[in-house]
Design a protein around this ligand. Sequence first.
Ligand code: 5RP
Length: 219
Amino acid sequence: MTQDELKALVGQAALQYVTPGDIVGVGTGSTVDKFIDALASMPQAVAGAVSSSVRSTQRLLACGIPVIEATEVQHLSVYIDGADEIDHRGHMIKGGGAALTREKIVADLADRFVCIADESKWVQTLGQFPLPVEVIQMAVPQVMRRFAALGGQAQVRAGVLTDNGHPIVDVRGLAITDPLALEMEVNQWPGVVTVGIFARHRASVCLLGTAQGVRTHTF
Ligand code: 5RP
């Protein structure tokens, strides 16, 4: 199966976590695009979706799924999103699509985070994928120096501003052995909007697309 087919497989499989008539939290990315397509084909529709990006909002609306502002919702039963990496404890790196801040906000509303990913995302230790960090522009040089002090090589993502209007710094060379500690540390740095480590908001379930079918990990 191609990577695209694996993404479609887990996008479809995620429907088992969606209750008709409910409001669902929706992440961002090519895997989530497949989930949105599957959502649109549900015989009994959802009431709507809280979206984590302009990209997903546009796709949801194009599929006829009502989009509800996060500010209008107090609680979601489920949030469904992809990941750039996920480890055996459900910790993730996210933000390859630059939507990490809104993703964490919507994930925070949900009881359960269902991660959908193809098996290339499954890792022993986080950090092979460059760690995305959304940073307020004036703090970028200082944040990059702080990562250098930790042994990382930080680079501003060229030509990209997030939906919130901020640059993304991508950090290579970090072996993230304690994701929760690094998330807490980096979140304290002035000017950091969101670090793309999802440890406090780790996955509850991962649906992993493999050549043998969907492998389910529960954390
Ligand atoms: C966007 C994300 C995505 O979930 C992550 O980049 C995975 O994307 P894809 O499903 O396209 O591989 O965090 O900010």
